[in-house]
Design a protein. Structure first.
Length: 576
């Protein structure tokens, strides 16, 4: 009722309040928390005189709603929880709980839910909200009470209801609390397959595989016709490292029950085990049996690619593209095939047909890379900047991609400026700090490079890449060889066979004049990864040891693989 009263005041205040909202203010709290159009219509039909509430309560309600609309969730939560406590109104309490939960203020959400539950006639949706809050606050007894209410109100088979509740418990409760709740539910529902399956999933996620296996087998014994039990058992066995036993379970159950989910699971596990030919047979049989089963046909296309049967893979993905369910995935893989076959224009055409969804970002990245490979860096960076603006969740990823493109075009100052902008925007992202350190060395901002790498190592002391980068920078750009050796020794201890770290330590030995020691490490590094910069270091070491013909062979061999490598070109020009 109070929510309806509030709406009268809010409409009156909204036009004034909105005049003060600047264009750069926070995004409003999602509409899932706000009033729906139906609720607003109902409110208008049942207007209540505003004089029925106190000024203090009205202030809390108005403050909460305006803060919500302006995107200040914490403030909105505080106002609404206060209003719920003052009014004891279930409508206000529900909204207070929703906003507090959105703001991850579990204590406030719980206090609102406690008020909400004073109404015994609550909807199922409200009880689900209450369950979520109690799970997040680790209140076992109150969680179980809401679960019982939900089971009583459920209109679906109890098996499925228990499985659904298990999923909610798994997502919102800490592992130990989730297991404790499921143990109680198992005792109360000892002959229900759904509760054993739900517990199996939860304990499996916690690494308690023996219990997970026992629960999966109990699920099957209670409901032998339910494919979910066999799939869960196979997944548990695979996690235990017994892939062979998992395959036996799926093979036998798929033949006995003839359920496509089991056949799909069997094929997927075969593929995961590297048995691509057998997996292909499984997916082909499914696709032939059910021509409209797009998931099987898509999996079949992937197996053709794994088996390098490009012709059949293209036929399969083209068929998917003509359908609806896997249209974009079909276009994406057709683009990948064309790109692999060095047909950039055809690849671009397919990637541009990928609609927003799972493969969209990867398709757009592929478009950017194709432009970059064609030396059209303007188009490439334009795509990446658009993606960065469209997808704030992946902002760091797209900053790094743009930096990679600019680095490939030798625009080192631009890379450094870009990554400085990125670090200023997200200062705690270690991948951006690491990348900026590399860019900083390219523009001789060595102090900044060192600061960034030390920042990373302060958070991740065993980050071998950062240890190597700092050690190599000190070894190659300064005379602080003692410090460089400390960092590289630690990096080499962490990854003793890493070719890049071996190269760094070898180059440190070279810089210290220990040429024979350098040669041993550089030859080992080059054998593991015949890359241009390692070739440059190895060749230069051979050169100073008087083995110039060997050095030239190394350089020429490396240049054939990487004709534009600037380290190779520099050392050859310097020593010829």
């Amino acid at each position: 009722m109070l929510i309806r009263i509030l709406w009268v005041f809010f409409v009156a205040q909204a036009s004034v309040a909105c005049m003060h909202v600047k264009s750069d203010q926070k995004e409003a709290v999602p509409n899932a928390i706000g009033l729906t159009q139906d609720e607003k219509a109902t409110i208008k039909e049942k207007l209540v005189e505003p004089k029925s509430i106190s000024p203090e309560l009205l202030y809390s309600l108005l403050g909460g709603e305006i803060a919500s609309q302006r995107g200040y969730a914490a403030m909105a939560s505080e106002f609404y929880v206060n209003a719920a406590k003052r009014s004891k109104d279930t409508g206000v309490a529900l909204r207070a709980a929703q906003i507090a939960l959105y703001n991850n203020d579990i204590a406030a959400a719980k206090s609102a839910v406690d008020i909400l539950l004073e109404d015994e006639s609550l909807s199922v949706q409200a009880r689900r909200l209450a369950l979520t809050v109690y799970l997040k606050s680790s209140d076992v007894d109150k969680s179980l009470a809401q679960i019982q209410k939900l089971l009583q109100a459920s209109e679906i088979p109890k098996r499925n209801a228990l499985l659904s509740i298990g999923d909610v418990v798994s997502r919102h409760a800490h592992s130990a609390i989730a297991i404790k709740i499921m143990d109680v539910l198992v005792v109360e529902n000892v002959n229900e397959a759904g509760v054993y399956l739900a517990r199996s999933k939860i304990v499996s996620s916690a690494g308690v595989f023996e219990q997970a296996e026992a629960d999966a087998r109990r699920t099957i014994s209670l409901d032998a016709a339910w494919q979910a039990g066999y799939i869960q058992l196979a997944q548990v066995l695979e996690k235990k490292g017994d892939t062979k036993a998992a395959l036996v379970v799926l093979e036998g159950s798929s033949e006995e029950l003839d359920v496509r989910q089991l056949s799909m699971a069997y094929g997927q596990l075969l593929a995961k085990d590297g048995q691509y030919s057998e997996a292909k047979k499984q997916f082909l049989a499914l696709a032939n049996k059910e021509p409209s089963y797009s998931a099987a046909r898509f999996a079949l296309g992937l197996m053709y690619l794994r088996l390098e049967d490009v012709v059949r893979a293209k036929e399969t993905f083209e068929r998917l593209y003509k359908g609806n369910v896997f249209k974009s995935k079909g276009a994406f893989y057709l683009g990948r095939i064309e790109r692999h076959q060095e047909n950039p224009e055809e690849a671009l055409g397919w990637f541009k047909k990928v609609e927003r969804g799972d493969s969209y970002l990867d398709a757009q990245v592929a478009i950017a890379m194709i432009h970059a490979e064609a030396k059209d860096f303007k188009s490439a960076t334009s795509v990446v900047r658009r993606l960065r603006n469209e997808s704030p969740r992946y902002v760091a990823r797209f900053y790094l991609l743009e930096a990679e493109l600019l680095m490939g075009n030798h625009q080192y100052s631009d890379v450094y400026a870009l990554l400085t902008e990125a670090v200023n925007e997200t200062p705690h992202d270690l991948s951006l700090r690491y990348a900026r350190s590399i860019a900083a060395t390219e523009v001789d901002e060595l102090a900044e490079a060192e600061k960034d790498l030390l920042f990373v190592l302060d958070k991740q002391p065993t980050n071998a890449n950062a240890l190597n980068a700092l050690g190599y920078t000190l070894a190659s750009k300064t005379s602080r060889f003692k410090e460089a050796r400390q960092y590289l020794t630690k990096a080499l201890f962490l990854r003793p066979e890493d070719s890049m770290i071996l190269d760094s330590m070898g180059w440190l030995n070279y810089r210290e004049g220990q040429y024979e020691e350098a040669l041993v490490l550089l030859e080992k590094a080059y054998k593991k990864m015949p890359e241009g910069e390692i070739a440059a270091h190895l060749g230069e070491t051979l050169w100073v040891l008087g083995r110039r013909s060997e050095a030239k062979v190394i350089w020429q061999d490396a240049l054939q693989r990487d004709v534009d490598n600037r380290y190779l070109i520099d050392v050859i020009d310097r020593l010829k």
